[in-house]
Design a protein around this ligand. Sequence first.
Ligand SMILES: Nc1ncnc2c1ncn2[C@@H]1O[C@H](COP(=O)(O)OP(=O)(O)OP(=O)(O)O)[C@@H](O)[C@H]1O
Ligand SMILES: [Mg+2]
Length: 332
Amino acid sequence: MLIGLTYDLRADYLAEGLSLEETAEFDRPDTIEAIEGAIRRLGHRTVRIGRLKALVKHLAKGERWDLVFNICEGRGGYGREAQVPAVLEGHGIPCTLSDSLTMALTLHKGHTKRVIRDLGVPTPDFAVVEGVAGIAGIDLPFPLFCKPVAEGTGLGVSAKSKVRDRTQLAKVCKALLKRHRQPVLVETYLPGREFTVGIIGEGARARAVGTCEVVLKDAADPAYGYANKENCEELVLYRLVDDAEAREAARVALAAYRGLGCRDTARVDLRSDAKGRPSFMEINPLPGLHPEHSDLPILCAQAGMSYDRLIGAILAGAARRVGKATGRRRRR
Ligand SMILES: Nc1ncnc2c1ncn2[C@@H]1O[C@H](COP(=O)(O)OP(=O)(O)OP(=O)(O)O)[C@@H](O)[C@H]1O
Ligand SMILES: [Mg+2]
């Protein structure tokens, strides 16, 4: 197959004047090289397309690919991860990972949790604070956890995110509203073990590849936030686990994945409540794919799945859609 690669390179945006934090989710050249290498070793041809702007130019010139391996994070608004899938859907070109609907929904952690709650999947009680006026109306028991409603890579998450009283709640929410210019998700603090579950496949074929326990070396740190993620090699331990609580985390993760309509792969983050029951925190349908630095490849390697097999599994999922209508099938 001829496979196009779409991606957002961090260096391109840094060169345009964006800050390190604003570009935290974008990719390094070695991630693109690793993905391309794995695809070529599988016997396919590749074309580097680049970001959305480049994709649109290529499409306007009439270029087409059998499918696109897409890892674009996008820029601007809650639909940013949905931009490339939506453009490709409009041109009838299949792409890897979830479709535009799932990408847009899951970027907004509040909307996602409303659907998750409706699916009967456990997730902490929560409120979405749209502005300073909404802080006083929060009626949830402390301790609470505050984070931006639509960020990744731990942006806006630090030791301050766990709040124990109204004074701290107001202070942290105000700071997050100002700094991240978006609503704040306030939810019940989960004090238990943290898990991240890697899932591959689609619908009934979806399965958990492995469940990692995320252990912060600083036991006093209440959250796996930005600083931990940027320096994960020194600050974080990832342990493949398969005890009863971990298996329950995988079961909850799979229910969330299927319910949200994810395809090919995603990583689900969970933490247990005080009674040891794993609860859904968020899902990443566009997980980092750096072979050594990103959680999903780390987890897969520990579970015995090489990087090439991971990329191959993602590609195999998308390849099933080649030659078929790319929209969701509707039952009539
Ligand atoms: N309700 C909660 N209770 C306790 N800790 C939480 C809660 N919500 C988030 N955290 C902590 O904050 C971390 C980051 O939260 P979350 O996974 O929502 O952010 P993210 O930036 O989207 O992460 P990713 O890098 O996976 O995209 C979690 O891994 C967890 O350690
Ligand atoms: Mg997370």
